[in-house]
Ligand binder design. Structure first.
Ligand code: NCD
Length: 308
């Protein structure tokens, strides 16, 4: 496992975390959200984002700065990657300058774990989303958001709707929610977007959005990952919106007070209607706020291991 370099801890996958570590990270996220003082981070952090990102990149940067770390943002268009340098060499170069915590987002699944192994302990890696692979910090912030909203995990029904097949958010989220003992998960989306990956137990696939949200306690909508989809199966937007856009009438089918989540960026009118995205049941901006605290908790956790 890539997490095994001596003295160096990576944050690559929810599956690498023990249940105690996962719950500890969620508790710490919630404590930080309530104003707990941060533990200073004595180090340098680089953000290497090989895909566009607003909330994930900025929240990692804000978290690192709040901890007192020095942060460098590598602009790929201006980095040596454009001269043919391998990603491993770019990262080894940064590590040699004392930038030993690398937050990486990459369009290819598995890249961040491979980097962690290749760097052999000279840097600690944080997976900020790899292709359609994993997005563990998003899972952490989603779990913390649901927890803070009072979700009763063992008795809860969660609907995850949309482009499941290409969603690293859904994949890491399911791993995390299972570990936390979610009662039941329903998955729904268009045919070509249903998961072709292992969904785990206590998961039901249903055919329609209406069936998915029936008496749900939380609904997580997903963005259509058009950058990862073969254009021949790209759904016609009007058809997609007709069948898979969450509207107010759907909320009436769910439990009163059902929470609405979306990792963002949202496509209004395609995945979610504005009155729902902006409505009182929406936790979308709460997810964004929690994201800074979750990433702060991750940096603290990474440093804990270094200090041992
Ligand atoms: C997600 C991502 O990039 O994986 N967004 C995010 O991190 N907030 C989801 C998406 O892009 O659809």
């Amino acid at each position: 496992m890539a997490n095994s370099s001596p003295g160096v801890r990576h944050f690559l996958s929810i599956m690498d975390l023990s249940i105690d570590a996962l719950k500890g990270l969620i508790d710490r996220t919630l404590a930080l959200a309530e104003g707990a003082p941060v533990k200073p981070f004595d180090g340098r952090v680089a953000n290497l984002f090989f895909e566009p990102s607003t909330r994930t990149r900025v929240s990692f940067e804000l978290a690192a700065r709040a901890l007192g770390a020095q942060v460098v943002n590598i602009e790929l268009a201006r980095s040596s990657a454009t001269k043919g340098e391998s990603l491993t060499d770019t990262c080894a170069t940064l590590a040699a300058m004392g930038v030993a915590t690398l937050v990486v987002r990459h369009p290819d699944s598995g890249t961040v774990a491979t980097l962690a192994a290749d760097l052999q302990g000279s840097a600690q890696l944080v997976n900020a989303g790899d292709g359609h692979g994993e997005h563990p910090s998003q899972a952490l912030l989603d779990a913390a958001t649901l927890d803070a909203s009072g979700l009763d995990w063992p008795n809860a029904t969660l609907a995850i709707i949309g482009d499941l097949r290409h969603s690293r958010v859904a994949r890491s989220g399911l791993q995390c929610f299972h570990a936390l003992g979610i009662g039941r998960v329903r998955l729904a989306g268009p045919q070509g977007m249903l998961p072709d990956w292992e969904v785990g137990s206590r998961v039901e696939r249903v055919d329609t959005l209406e069936a998915a949200v029936h008496e749900a306690d939380a609904i997580m909508m997903l963005r259509v990952q058009h950058e990862r989809i073969d254009k021949t199966i790209w759904p016609e937007p009007a058809t997609y919106a007709r069948d898979w856009c969450l509207r107010e009438e759907h909320l009436a089918l769910a439990h009163p007070g059902c929470r609405v989540l979306h990792p963002g960026p949202i496509n209004r009118g395609m995945e979610i209607e504005s009155p729902v995205a902006d409505g009182r049941q929406s936790l979308i901006l709460e997810q964004v706020r929690m994201g800074v605290h979750a990433r702060t908790a991750i940096f603290e956790w990474l440093q804990d291991e270094q200090q041992r």
